[in-house]
Write a protein that binds this ligand. Structure first.
Ligand SMILES: [Zn+2]
Length: 280
């Protein structure tokens, strides 16, 4: 799943590699996908609008990748997507939900697994984009400071429980953060995903804040996580510690406890029950 770090990496690559290219043809919906988020334009309109448009720039917003083309935005990402750049026609996958052909005989394809964006919208409608949670703070932005983080915790409803995982993903949630990147963030923070946010001490919160910034930045600097691909079909170089293949292997820190997996809040969590405390 594309999350904040991968959206940043892919946007940068689109800027470096695709900026200035003109769309020669645009095909969406060759392999209809139930959870391809397309927006208001039909596949036919999509093709007609994009022909002749020039790629101006790209930028990320949370886990969404936006591509500016004369008056319109192409919105990608937001889920399980493979976004690939092709210098040769022969590397184009047989099944795809988006194929852009450029005037220099290079291509961009998007193949969705799960769900994802292949949306076209007018640039003026960006504020109404349904999959950009504008109410959430981007954890890599300057806006996300330790005092804002502490304030978000303070604002949690008094009587309602809110675990670390819930806080990071949904209540209030951080923009672009999903069940993938939180695993290592919590491990390095020594915080169990089920830990009640309101029970954390000032020191715990500071460590969690610092680790969140540090690990996310590391993921960006290393071209994304090792489970995700960039537009050149290369895996990210950020090696995850907490993931499915680590289950039942020794924790790399305490060396004694085995890493566990549990289903929690609609997705697996991976953790070391010695290193990552759970407070009542
Ligand atoms: Zn451990």
């Amino acid at each position: 799943m594309i999350e904040l770090p991968e959206a940043i990496v892919i946007s940068k690559q689109i800027n470096d590699e695709l900026k200035g290219k003109t769309v020669k043809s645009a095909i969406r919906g060759q392999n209809p996908h139930r959870f391809a988020f397309t927006g208001k334009y039909s596949d036919k309109d999509f093709s007609e609008i994009l022909i002749g448009k020039i790629i101006k720039k790209s930028w990320p917003n949370g886990n969404v990748i936006l591509v500016q083309l004369d008056g319109y935005l192409l919105s990608l990402g937001c889920g399980g997507e493979r976004i690939l750049y092709h210098k040769h026609e022969k590397t184009i996958p047989k099944k795809h939900q988006l194929l852009l052909e450029f005037d220099d005989q290079t291509y961009l394809t998007v193949t969705i697994s799960g769900w994802g964006e292949v949306r076209l919208l007018e640039t003026k409608d960006l504020a109404k984009h349904p999959h950009i949670p504008y109410d959430k703070v981007d954890p890599l932005s300057e806006e996300f400071t330790l005092s804002i983080f502490k304030k978000l915790v303070k604002m949690l409803p008094e009587k309602k429980k809110c675990s670390a995982k819930k806080f990071f993903i949904t209540e209030p949630g951080l923009r672009g953060i999903g069940n993938g990147v939180i695993q290592d963030i919590f491990f390095y923070s020594k915080i169990h995903p089920k830990t009640e946010m309101k029970s954390l001490s000032t020191k715990d919160l500071e460590r969690l804040f610092e680790t969140t910034r540090k690990e996310l930045q590391k993921m960006v600097d290393l071209g994304g996580r090792d489970c995700e691909k960039d537009i050149f079909n290369q895996n990210g170089r950020y090696q995850r510690i907490m993931h499915s293949k680590a289950v039942n292997t020794s924790c790399p820190v305490c060396k004694t406890t085995l890493i566990k997996k549990k289903q929690y809040l609609g997705g697996a969590i991976y953790f070391c029950s010695s290193c990552q405390m759970v407070l009542p």
